[in-house]
Design a protein around this ligand. Structure first.
Ligand code: SAM
Length: 207
């Protein structure tokens, strides 16, 4: 089995589901809020959350938005549905592969990619799908850990990455390189948790 595949993600996140909120529920709360604030979601806008996990972002979404959310792991999706019901959030939720989005071109006004671009097996395919389903002029926020573009990939980091990408997520990805395979343009790049190792990046699809 590959070190990072949809199959492996389903297995490990099924295992993590009961403890996920305990592990990451609190530490990223303010970054989630700041990231979603950047989108300035307006009433009735169509918003997609890719790899939305247990729905920890739901609390920051305006109630009038048309929300679509998905994840590759069925147990995470079940928890997400439960959270949406509790928050009385009107959301369409399903099992979904972020590398192969089942939506027509130019569907969404806004897209949220929190802690998914460094996790998903093929991040370029995911970003290309995001570009495809965003409306022209639409925006997406990416919140994740990335290697600075001018930082050489050390052999130590490459070595540890074998372990972290198996257990949690990749620590070698450079967001500027990934985005260079799309037409998405960086509008904001804000340092966030862990001394700016995590960043909030706002991107826009050109009109
Ligand atoms: C670190 S969690 C982030 C969850 C959520 N976005 C958050 O901010 O808490 C990564 C999530 O990505 C999901 N995932 C992994 N590969 C995926 C794929 N190909 N498509 C959709 N979701 C995927 C996992 O199941 C897991 O729920």
């Amino acid at each position: 089995m590959s070190l990072n595949s949809n199959r492996w993600n389903r297995i490990r996140y099924t295992f993590y589901t009961p403890i996920y909120d305990l592990l990451v529920g609190k530490i990223f709360t303010s970054s989630r809020r700041s990231s979603i604030d950047l989108l300035q979601i307006k009433p009735n806008e169509k918003v997609l959350l890719v790899g939305a996990g247990t729905g920890l972002d739901f609390q920051f979404l305006p109630r009038q938005a048309q929300v679509y959310a998905g994840d590759i792991t069925p147990s995470m999706v079940a928890k997400m549905e439960h959270r949406a019901r509790e928050l009385k959030l009107n959301a369409t939720i399903d099992v979904m592969d972020g590398q192969n989005l089942q939506f027509p071109d130019n569907t969404f006004d806004k897209i949220i990619l929190h802690l998914i671009v460094a996790v998903i097996p093929d991040p370029v395919k995911c970003l290309q799908e995001v570009e495809r389903v965003l409306k022209p002029g639409g925006e997406a926020v990416i919140f994740d850990k990335f290697r600075p573009k001018n930082q050489r990939l050390s052999s130590l980091r490459a070595f540890f990455n074998k372990l972290t990408s198996f257990l949690f997520s990749d620590i070698t990805r450079v967001i500027e390189t990934l985005l260079s395979y799309t037409n998405l343009k960086i509008r904001k790049d804000i340092p966030a948790n862990f001394n700016g190792n995590f960043r909030i990046i706002l991107v826009k699809k050109p009109v």
